[in-house]
Design a protein around this ligand. Structure first.
Ligand SMILES: [Zn+2]
Length: 422
């Protein structure tokens, strides 16, 4: 009986862009955002897709991706049918896998060589004692991949391009993995940096709530959504006069879901995101007042969590585990820059207002899990401009002059942040 030589053979194509460390790094965070948004949308399919790419990028970058893997596994368990199509291994091209048994590709059966001619670059791998049932040809960027039966006993894999590219292969757990990415030139990178650096600063201002969501309702039946919109408009005018490019997530009284606010900021490639809110005192705290600036961060502080809870109503449906997962995935650099931004804004608001008004209380800069800040890719803060449940502050929050100085203070904070972090 003729012995059948079976080959279980896989090729690994990066969904993660591994052109360079930088692009892989960017892809990593892009997919992180995609994953967070998918989580907020309860979109399982996108969650799986994003996690898959996160794992690929993370592996390339040598990041700790154990949490992603865990989450990925749990997603597979809950939706096993769907996962068959979009599993972690969907990017492997299975050439021949009729046998479910373990099939090895001994490394001494693999021969790798390079062909370089004028304008032709080829990376060739010959696998001896292998059979592929079909001819495969596909494009990966400007690189062409061909897999074919070279002769009776040999399968040949050829990556070819008219430009040099980086190629690497390895055998792991009896599977062949190939990695490739085009060689990027240094000049391209510096050009890219230059254009970004010279770009005018973009600021997205997010007046909280709106429409059916009135936000907090304070003394005298005053609605949070109106106060923050007026202050946001004043802030926008001041920033525009200073030369910034400014966008508002809403310009009048209508409802926008939380995730759309951050999505908008990302879309506008904002350098800073400022969400404006007014506070409501919890019943057990007597006559609280003050201005507080928050940046997104996991926290155990009860008071911060309580403030966040009031603003987070919309995503309350998200389960506790998912909330923890998101917060644990936050980018540390962005937390730090958001905190710096928060400190600049808070200090400038307090200093500006104290020149004109008495009884201005500095509530400080604090970390809190505000969901409106979760999806942002830039430093982002949420300012609780004052308490609608405090008789003096509610009066001021609806007074145009006070609103103006409040906005002026925030704008000074923006200036101060960019001065230190150009
Ligand atoms: Zn609010």
């Amino acid at each position: 009986m003729k012995k059948l030589i079976l080959l279980f053979f896989t090729i690994f194509l990066f969904g993660c862009n591994t052109k360079s460390y930088n692009t892989a790094y960017n892809d990593y965070y892009k997919n992180q955002q995609l994953y967070i948004n998918a989580l907020l949308n309860n979109d399982k399919k996108t969650q799986i897709k994003a996690l898959k790419e996160l794992i690929e990028c993370g592996e390339y970058l040598n990041f700790d991706i154990s949490t992603y893997k865990k989450k990925y596994q749990s997603l597979i368990k809950t939706s096993q049918k769907k996962v068959k199509k979009t599993s972690y291994f969907s990017k492997y091209i299975k050439i021949h896998s009729t046998n479910p048994l373990k099939i090895t590709i001994p490394s001494n059966n693999i021969k790798h060589f390079v062909i370089k001619r004028k304008n032709i670059y080829k990376e060739v791998i010959d696998i001896k004692n292998a059979i592929t049932p079909k001819f495969i040809k596909r494009k990966i960027g400007n690189i062409t991949l061909k897999i074919a039966q070279f002769n009776k006993n040999t399968v040949r894999i050829v990556y070819s391009s008219n430009k040099p590219f980086y190629f690497k292969y390895e055998i792991k757990n009896n599977k062949l993995y190939t990695y490739l990415y085009p060689k990027t030139t240094l000049t391209k990178k510096t050009n890219y940096k230059k254009t970004v650096f010279n770009r005018k600063k973009v600021i997205v201002i997010d007046p909280g709530h709106g429409g059916k969501d009135s936000g907090g309702i304070g003394i005298g039946n005053r609605y949070e959504k109106y106060a923050v919109l007026n202050i946001a408009k004043k802030l926008a005018n001041i920033l525009k006069r200073k030369g910034y490019i400014v966008y508002l997530t809403r310009k009048s009284d209508y409802f926008i879901p939380l995730k759309k606010r951050t999505h908008y900021a990302n879309l506008k490639k904002a350098n800073l995101f400022i969400s404006l809110h007014c506070n409501i005192a919890p019943k057990h705290i007597t006559s609280p007042r003050g201005i507080e600036t928050y940046y997104l961060s996991p926290t155990r502080n009860e008071r911060a969590i309580e403030v966040a809870r009031l603003e987070n109503k919309e995503i309350a449906k998200l389960n506790y585990l998912d909330q923890r997962v998101i917060l644990n995935f936050l980018n540390k650099d962005r937390i730090i820059s958001s905190q710096k931004f928060g400190i600049d804004v808070q200090n400038n608001i307090i200093n500006t207002l104290r020149k004109k008004y008495k009884y201005i209380k500095n509530g400080g800069v604090r970390p809190a899990p505000f969901w409106v800040l979760v999806g942002t890719q830039m430093p982002a803060i949420l300012i609780e401009l004052g308490y609608l449940t405090n008789p003096l502050e509610v009066k001021r929050l609806f007074n145009p002059t006070y609103q103006y100085y409040l906005a002026k203070g925030i704008a000074k904070g923006v200036d101060s942040y960019f001065k230190k972090n150009p």
